[in-house]
Structure formats: structure tokens, C-alpha cells
Design a protein around this ligand. Structure first.
Ligand SMILES: C[S@@+](CC[C@H](N)C(=O)[O-])C[C@H]1O[C@@H](n2cnc3c(N)ncnc32)[C@H](O)[C@@H]1O
Length: 387
């Protein structure tokens, strides 16, 4: 964080972004080591597991105060960042701070109690990848705030309650409120911040949780809860799958998609983590690609060459939104295919006008798994086309 040298800005931060206003001799959020607030943002980020990157994503912070969440999301690559708070003088300072830091953040004065229609007129109707609602729940009309959160959250809502003692925002009390007012399939308790008072932090998601390792640390999707065990990725799918005996969950990470499954389950999940050459940020485009893959895979399944695709799933990690498909879990060994198998496979593809990459089909299928004497092509991905 760049040190804020501008004296009048420093003074304004301390005097005009307090909460409750005028009752402290210091601002609410810490800005840097020379401007500590009554909330320690570093501590909060650690408890929340604040994402390392927001690359290409959109963020809104409801009750943003001086806007440190907005500023840090922008510094971590967010595409559009909006901060709203009902105190005009606080918003004025937030704007000045972002300007000083040369960051483009939209700050608006807005009273949560004015409701969704007023907010839509102010900031537009587009949803956000991340909605932050931290220590604001108890200051406003809850159903009205819940309505904003439910409407604007595309994938994740980061939520902090208030002091367990003053507000009775205990974990169980919060969870009852989530059930009653918030429209999420899943909430994850992240931990309790202790910089101000014991405050519960949650991540609310529209879908369930999967943990993958490396870049995609946490992937959420509308299936069961899955855990991937460190060290079970097979980067190069030639040879036998090296799933250790003692793991329950496993995954393969290909160039264009990852497959995750639980040993012995009937189904697994193929998630399309596209490489930059095929990558797109456009959700509609991602959706139409996965629909195409789904169709191709089921044609090849009916011809006896691929596992069945059951349904399209939506998933996301802390950073990116993906589509995937729920597919039959093929528990077998990777095998080299015979010339005869390859010819039959190529003929079926020709019959259905299916090809891979540059309209050609003169490649040697690599990712083939044999199970019960039958060979399945498993890596049908974004490169595949059907005329
Ligand atoms: C406890 S502070 C939390 C600030 C910030 N969300 C955080 O956790 O660091 C509450 C914030 O909510 C804002 N606030 C209170 N009532 C509000 C309302 N009706 N509409 C919008 N903002 C409000 C306050 O101005 C203040 O900045």
C-alpha cells in the first residue's frame, strides 16, 4: 500500500470516516501502518481468506466506509468496483483516497434502506461476482439489505456479522437469518475476527463446495461437497492414473479441463478450465461452449466411445466462474488405442461432423481409459466442434 503523504487527506480519513461518526479519535478501517483504524484490515483479510486476485471480476461493497475493500479488490485486478455508503462525507474521502492511489473505483452515496429500485437507478442492474456486506447487517433494515444481496450476487457474498455480545450475532443466530432472508444454497463459516469484537465471517455461495489444489484452490459448484487430495493430479495423462490407494477424492488436471471425482462414485465432474488461447470471460459464450461439448459427448457416448454426460453444472472458485458437466465416472486405466479403434472412432466423428481443432480428425486420441473391456475417450473439451 502506497503511504498516504497528503496531510489534508490523512486528516480527512481520521476525522471523516469514523464509525460511529464523531465518537472515536480514529477512522474505522486501517489504511496502512501509519493510519491504523479501529478495524485491522490485514487481520480481517486473513480470517476471510480474502482472494489474492479479483482478475477480471466485478465487486460491490455495501456499506463500504472509506472503501478499503474496494481499493484492495481493484489493486488485485478487479474489472469493475463499486462502493456504496450513506455518509456523503465518508464517500467524499473514499473518492479522494482512490484518486490519490490512482485507482478507478465508483463510489456512491446511497442509503441501503432506500432499497433495490433506487440502487438499480444509481449503479445499474448488472450483478457482481463478489458482494461484500461486512458489519452492516445490524445497521439497516435486514429484509431490504437481504433483497440487495440476493439480487446483486452472481457468485459469492462475503458477510460479516456484528458483536456476539452486543448484537447476539452468534453463529447459530446468523445461520437462522441466512435461512430466512438470504437466498443461497450454501454458506461457509470462515472464522471469527477479533480486532474489534468477536464477529462471525461467512462466505455465502449459490452452490456447494469443492476444493481443488493449485490455482483453483476452492471451487464451488452445484453438486455435493468434494475434497481433492494434494498430490493426486496427473498432469500427463499417459500411463496409468496414479490415484493413491488411500485417497477418497481425486482429480486430473488437463490442459483444457479438470476432472474431479470420488473413488467408487457413479459420477464425476469435468470442469472446463480453459487455457488462454480458448479462454473467454463471457458467461454466455462459456455456456454455449459447454452446451456444445455436452451434446458432442453424448453423441459419442451413444456410439459407445465416451462416458455419458448427465447435466451441465455451474461452478466457480474464488476467482473465476466455470461451467462443467457431470459425467459417468470411468474408473479404469489409461490405454494406448489400436489403429482399428482409432479408425472406428474417426468414422463415427465423420458421420456426425464432429472434429477437433482445425476441422481435421487426423490426431491420435491420447486420453482413453479402458473399463470392463471397453475404451472411452475422456477429454472432449472446448477444442471439439460439430458442424
Ligand atoms: C460498522 S461500519 C462497516 C464498514 C465496512 N463495511 C467494514 O466492515 O469495514 C458500517 C458502515 O455502514 C454504513 N452504513 C450505516 N447505515 C447505512 C445505511 N443505511 N446505508 C448505507 N450505509 C450505511 C456506515 O456509514 C459505515 O460506513
Amino acid at each position: 500500500m502506497k503511504h498516504i503523504e497528503n496531510e489534508s487527506l490523512r486528516e480527512a480519513i481520521i476525522r471523516r470516516t469514523q464509525w460511529p461518526y464523531g465518537k472515536r479519535d480514529v477512522q474505522y478501517q486501517s489504511v496502512d501502518s501509519t493510519l491504523p483504524g479501529i478495524r485491522d484490515m490485514d487481520h480481517r483479510y486473513e480470517i476471510m481468506n480474502f482472494p489474492e486476485t479479483f482478475e477480471g471480476e466485478t465487486v460491490i461493497d455495501i456499506g463500504c466506509n472509506i472503501g478499503m475493500i474496494c481499493i484492495d479488490a481493484k489493486r488485485r485486478g478487479a474489472k469493475r468496483v463499486v462502493g456504496i455508503d450513506y455518509r456523503p462525507e465518508t464517500i467524499e474521502v473514499a473518492k479522494k483516497l482512490a484518486k490519490e492511489l490512482e485507482l478507478e473505483v465508483e463510489f456512491y452515496t446511497f442509503d441501503v434502506n432506500d432499497g433495490l429500485d433506487v440502487l438499480k437507478d444509481l449503479i445499474g442492474e448488472e450483478q457482481f461476482d463478489h458482494v461484500f456486506a461486512l458489519s452492516i447487517w445490524g445497521h439497516v433494515d435486514k429484509p431490504t439489505l437481504a433483497n440487495l444481496i440476493n439480487y446483486y450476487t452472481k457468485t459469492l457474498c462475503w458477510f460479516e456479522g456484528h458483536c456476539v455480545i452486543w448484537s447476539n450475532d452468534t453463529k447459530s443466530a446468523m445461520e437462522v437469518e441466512f435461512e430466512n432472508l438470504l437466498d443461497f444454497d450454501y454458506y461457509e463459516f470462515l472464522g471469527e475476527t477479533s480486532d474489534r469484537s468477536a464477529r462471525q465471517n461467512y462466505k455465502l455461495s449459490r452452490s456447494s463446495r469443492v476444493i481443488m489444489e493449485e490455482r483453483n484452490k476452492q471451487v464451488y459448484f452445484n453438486g455435493d461437497i468434494y475434497k481433492t487430495v494434494r498430490g493426486t493430479y496427473v498432469e500427463d495423462n499417459h500411463g496409468e492414473p496414479s490415484v493413491p490407494e488411500d485417497v477418497e477424492y481425486y482429480s486430473y488436471k488437463g490442459k483444457f479441463c479438470s476432472f474431479i471425482a470420488k473413488k467408487g462414485d457413479d459420477y464425476g465432474y469435468k470442469i472446463f478450465i480453459q487455457d488462454p488461447a480458448h479462454g473467454t470471460d463471457d458467461h454466455e459464450e462459456k455456456k454455449s461452449r459447454v452446451e456444445k461439448i455436452f451434446k458432442i459427448q453424448n453423441i459419442l457416448h451413444e456410439e459407445g466411445f465416451a462416458p455419458k454426460a448427465h447435466e451441465i453444472i455451474i461452478c466457480h472458485d474464488d476467482q473465476t466462474f466455470y461451467y462443467g458437466i457431470k459425467v459417468d465416472n470411468i474408473n479404469g486405466k489409461f490405454v494406448e488405442t489400436s489403429k482399428d479403434w482409432q479408425d472406428r472412432f474417426a468414422n463415427v466423428c465423420k458421420k456426425h461432423n464432429i472434429s477437433r481443432d482445425k476441422d481435421s480428425f487426423d490426431f491420435k486420441p491420447n486420453n482413453c481409459i479402458e473399463q470392463d473391456g471397453k475404451i472411452y475417450m475422456v477429454d472432449i473439451d472446448v477444442r471439439w466442434k460439430m458442424a
